[in-house]
Write a protein that binds this ligand. Structure first.
Ligand SMILES: *Cc1c(COP(=O)(O)O)cnc(C)c1O
Length: 482
C-alpha cells in the first residue's frame, strides 16, 4: 500500500493551530489582566457578595461566536458566584476557597495530568496528600485513600469496600440479600443515596435513635443483635462526625467498641467535622476515636477551605480498599519501567479511571499557609459559632440546639406565636441574603424553621458575627409580639 500523499498546508494544520491562540503575546497580556482581576476579587472578597444573576444571564451564557472571551469572563462570569467566598457566608456547609487555589489552578491546567495511574509527578503528589491526611486522622501506614469529588462519592466508595469485606463474592455474585447498615436518625442524605446506589435499598438502612445528638449505642447493639438473630448481615455502622443540621458528633470511641464487639465495619461521615482533628480542645476531643474507624469520608472543600471539588475516601486497610476496586484489563497493564510503571494506580481505589488533579490544591494550600494556619482557622470558626450562640441568647432569641462545633441554629422569633415563627425566620434568611450580604440557611428543628449558620469560612471575623446578629435582631423586632 502506498503512503498517503502530504496535503499542501498540512504542516500548519499539524501544529494544531486551530486550537491554540493566534497570538501568544496577546493571550499572555489578556491572561495577566484576568489574573489581576481574579486576585483583586479574592483580596476584596467582602466587596463581592452574592447577587442574583441578571435576568438575561442565559442569553449572556449562550454559546456563540464573536464574543470577547476575556470581557465575558470579567463582566458576565466573575460577578455571579454563589457567595461562599464572602466573609458573611454561613449557609449550608460550604467552603470559602483559598488564594492558593489560583496558583494550583494555573499549574493544574498547564499539566493537564490524568491521575488514574502511571508514572508521573501528580500521582506522587496525591500519595503525599493521602499520607498527610491519614496521619491527621491517626491512621497507620497500611491505610490508603483516594481523592474524589465529595463526601457523597467517598461514602459510596467506603460502603462498597465495607460490603466486599462483609461479603467477599460481591464483585462476582452481586449484592447479597439481607445486608444492613446502621446510622443515627440525623444521618446525612449522602448515606441514604449510597445505600440506594449500592442496591441495598433504603430499607437496609436502620435509623437508630439519638440521645443528645449521638447514636444511642445501647439501642444500636440491640438492633444489630436482633438483625443478626433474624439471619440478616450487619455490614456497616455509619458514624457522624459533624451532623449537617446541628454540628453534633457521635461518640466515635463508643461506636468503635460496638464495631469491634460485633465485627461490623465502622465508617465515619466526617465531611466537615473530621477536621476538628486540627482544632484545639475542647473541639479536638469531638473526634477522639476516629483513628479506630475502618473508613472516613471527608471533604477538603468544606472545612479545609480548599476550592471545589475535593474530598477523600480514606480506608484503614489498603487491602480491603483494593479488594473492592482493583481491576485492570490488558490495556491498562502496568510495567516495570516507563510511563506505565508506578504503584499504586488510583484507578484501583475508586470508581474513576480518568481523574483530575485535586491533590495540587490541597498541597498548595498546605505549602502556602502551613498546617498551623488551618488549626487556627478551624478553632476560630468553632469559637465564632459559640460567640453567635452567646449573642443569640443575650438578645432574647432562642438557641435551638447546643453549639458543639461550628454550627449554630436559632429561632429569631420566640416572641411570636409558634405558628408565625417559621415564617419570620424564613423571611429573615431571605432578606439578609438579598439586602445585607449575609447568608444563613434554614433548617427545621422541633417543628420550627430556624436560622442556621455553619461556619466553615476562614474570612469571617468576629465583627461579622456581631453585625449579622444585630441585623437579624433588627428585622425580628420590627415584627412586634401580638
Ligand atoms: C456535605 C456533607 C456530605 C456530602 O458531601 P459532599 O462533599 O457535598 O458530597 C455528607 N455528610 C455531611 C455531614 C455533609 O455535611
Amino acid at each position: 500500500m502506498s503512503e498517503p500523499p502530504e496535503q499542501p498546508g498540512s504542516e500548519r494544520q499539524s501544529d494544531g493551530a486551530a486550537l491554540t491562540p493566534d497570538d501568544w503575546e496577546a493571550f499572555r497580556n489578556g491572561a495577566h489582566q484576568l489574573l489581576d482581576r481574579c486576585i483583586n476579587q479574592m483580596r476584596d472578597s467582602e466587596d463581592h457578595p452574592w447577587q442574583a444573576p441578571p435576568s438575561d444571564i442565559a442569553k449572556r451564557y449562550a454559546i456563540g461566536p464573536d464574543r470577547d472571551l476575556l470581557s465575558s469572563l470579567t463582566d458576565d462570569v466573575l460577578p455571579f458566584h454563589g457567595g461562599n467566598t464572602h466573609p458573611k457566608f454561613w449557609g449550608w456547609v460550604q467552603g470559602s476557597g483559598l488564594a492558593s487555589d489560583l496558583l494550583a489552578g494555573m499549574v493544574t491546567a498547564t499539566l493537564n495530568a490524568n491521575l488514574g495511574g502511571r508514572h508521573h509527578g501528580a500521582n506522587e503528589m496525591e500519595r503525599a496528600v493521602v499520607d498527610w491526611t491519614r496521619q491527621q486522622m491517626g491512621f497507620g501506614p497500611q491505610a490508603s485513600g483516594v481523592l474524589v469529588t465529595g463526601s457523597s462519592q467517598a461514602t459510596v466508595i467506603a460502603l462498597h469496600a465495607a460490603r466486599v469485606h462483609c461479603q467477599p463474592d460481591t464483585r462476582s455474585a452481586g449484592s447479597a440479600q439481607g445486608l444492613t447498615v446502621y446510622a443515627g436518625e440525623g444521618v446525612h442524605n449522602a448515606t441514604l443515596k449510597a445505600v440506594e446506589l449500592l442496591g441495598l435499598g433504603r430499607s437496609a438502612l436502620r435509623l437508630v435513635p439519638q440521645h443528645e445528638g449521638a447514636i444511642d449505642t445501647g439501642v444500636l447493639r440491640q438492633t444489630i443483635a436482633q438483625d443478626t438473630a433474624l439471619g440478616l448481615r450487619p455490614m456497616a455502622i455509619v458514624a457522624t462526625a459533624g451532623s449537617v443540621d446541628t454540628g453534633s458528633f457521635d461518640d466515635l470511641s463508643a461506636l468503635a467498641d460496638t464495631a469491634r464487639d460485633t465485627g461490623v465495619w465502622l465508617h465515619v461521615d466526617g465531611a466537615f467535622g473530621a477536621w476538628t482533628r486540627l482544632a484545639a480542645d475542647p473541639w479536638h476531643a469531638l473526634t477522639n476515636g476516629i483513628e479506630r474507624a475502618d473508613s472516613i469520608a471527608l471533604d477538603f472543600h468544606k472545612w479545609m477551605y480548599v476550592g471545589y471539588d475535593c474530598a477523600m475516601a480514606l480506608l484503614a486497610d489498603k487491602g480491603a480498599h483494593r479488594a473492592a476496586f482493583a481491576t485492570r484489563p490488558a490495556y491498562l497493564k502496568g510495567a516495570e519501567g516507563g510511563l506505565a510503571a508506578g504503584e499504586p494506580w488510583f484507578c484501583d481505589y475508586g470508581t474513576d479511571l480518568s481523574r483530575g488533579n485535586r491533590a495540587l490544591r490541597v498541597w498548595c494550600a498546605l505549602q502556602m499557609f502551613g498546617r498551623d494556619a488551618f488549626c487556627t482557622a478551624i478553632t476560630r470558626n468553632c469559637a465564632q459559632a459559640k460567640l453567635m450562640a452567646d449573642l443569640v441568647e443575650a438578645r432574647g432569641m432562642e438557641l435551638m440546639a447546643p453549639v458543639v462545633s461550628n454550627v449554630c441554629v436559632f429561632n429569631a422569633a420566640p416572641h411570636l406565636p409558634a405558628d408565625e415563627q417559621s415564617a419570620l425566620n424564613s423571611k429573615i434568611a431571605t432578606a439578609l441574603q438579598i439586602e445585607q450580604q449575609t447568608v444563613f440557611s434554614t433548617t427545621t428543628l422541633a417543628g420550627v424553621t430556624c436560622l442556621r449558620a455553619a461556619i466553615t469560612n476562614h474570612r469571617t471575623d468576629d465583627h461579622h458575627i456581631r453585625e449579622a446578629i444585630n441585623a437579624v435582631q433588627a428585622i425580628a423586632q420590627a415584627v412586634p409580639s401580638p
